[in-house]
Design a binder for this molecule. Structure first.
Ligand SMILES: NC(=O)c1ccc[n+]([C@@H]2O[C@H](COP(=O)([O-])OP(=O)(O)OC[C@H]3O[C@@H](n4cnc5c(N)ncnc54)[C@H](OP(=O)(O)O)[C@@H]3O)[C@@H](O)[C@H]2O)c1
Length: 310
């Protein structure tokens, strides 16, 4: 699998694996199989959080399953491990105050059975805490070697720009990766997602990321399996002409729609004004293998433009 060297020095595979359901909807045994299959095909970028999946359990499950996998299989140093802080667990614990960051990093390290995190995300913004406080707290983690690089998720673009301007002014570590929702389908104009923070990336955000050379890790990019089972497509997405164009091209290429979405996202950077996009999805083993077919699909510039303009 192709690897990208990011400006922050991390070397990540072109596709990231979501571990959100590990230990809850995905059994530990199946989680091991998915990880084995992903790593076997050259993937190395694994995504979790300190609260996955609290709506289906305690919120410790995903990191705990990953920790047991590293203990059983070894190879922690071959993986670019991303986790997050800042969201609530059962309605408690949300925020980016320095005490919260200091507490949760140690909890994540303990559960994951590692002494460093490659990429530590602020999972969502905390408008009640000054950016200076959380940027300093995150920077201290980098200085101590607990974290290698920082990312944001579910922040407004201007808040990322402000936080990074502050970091630059004070010589602190900036946010160098953004994780946000992006798929092939467009959201319906004026229709909010079910959860406000799940806002899809718009053109302005893409131009910002392109300008800053910051990659986008695109979550929920397979519409929860909706490209294969249309009824699973979240209500805020427009289907219509764009979906038909995708399905038509997938048919011509002899693949299902999900791998074509993967191919579209990894190729987007070839168009002017688009950043590098790293699709992040979760899937059981058979779906994972199907989705990875997208990495060997070749898309001409005309095909990419046809998809983008549909
Ligand atoms: N930063 C954030 O706020 C945030 C929010 C949400 C998610 N995330 C991250 O993003 C990752 C992925 O997000 P997600 O789970 O919301 O969305 P997703 O990857 O778009 O959807 C996952 C669902 O799609 C199904 N699927 C995948 N490939 C398929 C295929 N080829 N055919 C049929 N069904 C297929 C999977 O079913 P099977 O399990 O049956 O394969 C699973 O139910 C998470 O694990 C998490 O790491 C981050």
């Amino acid at each position: 699998m192709e690897k990208l060297v990011l400006k922050n020095g991390l070397c990540v595979s072109a596709v990231a694996l979501g571990a959100m359901n590990f230990g809850t909807a995905t059994s530990p045994e199946e989680s091991y199989r998915v990880l084995d299959a992903y790593l076997d095909r050259g993937g190395n970028f694994v995504d979790t959080s300190n609260n996955y999946a609290h709506w289906a359990g305690t919120g410790d499950e995903s990191e705990t399953v990953l920790g047991s996998y590293f203990r059983a299989r070894g190879g922690r140093d071959k993986i670019v491990l991303a986790t997050k802080v800042g969201f609530d667990r059962h309605g408690e614990g949300a925020g980016l105050r320095k005490e919260q960051i200091e507490y949760w990093i140690d909890e994540s390290l303990r559960k994951l059975g590692t002494d460093y995190i490659d990429l530590y995300y602020a999972h969502t913004d905390d408008v009640n805490t000054p950016a200076e406080e959380y940027m300093e707290a995150f920077d201290r983690l980098v200085q101590k070697g607990k974290v290698r690089a920082l990312g944001t998720s579910n922040f407004d673009t201007w808040r990322v720009a402000e936080a990074n301007a502050l970091a630059s002014h004070k010589g602190m570590t900036p946010f160098s990766v953004m994780q946000q929702r992006l798929t092939y389908l467009h959201p319906k104009f004026g229709v909010a997602p079910k959860y406000v923070f799940n806002e899809s990336v718009n053109r302005e955000r893409l131009r910002f990321l392109c300008d800053k050379g910051m990659p986008l890790v695109s979550y929920s990019c397979l519409c929860k399996g909706g490209y294969e089972n249309e009824e699973r497509i979240p209500a805020e997405y427009e289907t219509g002409v764009r979906f038909a164009a995708l399905k038509e091209m997938a048919k011509e290429k002899g693949v299902s729609a999900s791998p074509l979405v993967v191919a579209y996202l990894v190729n987007l950077y070839r168009l002017e004004g688009y950043p590098r996009v790293i699709p992040l999805f979760s899937a059981k083993t058979e779906h994972l293998l199907e989705n990875l077919e997208g990495l060997s699909l070749s898309l001409t510039l005309d095909e990419l433009l046809a998809l983008e303009r549909a």
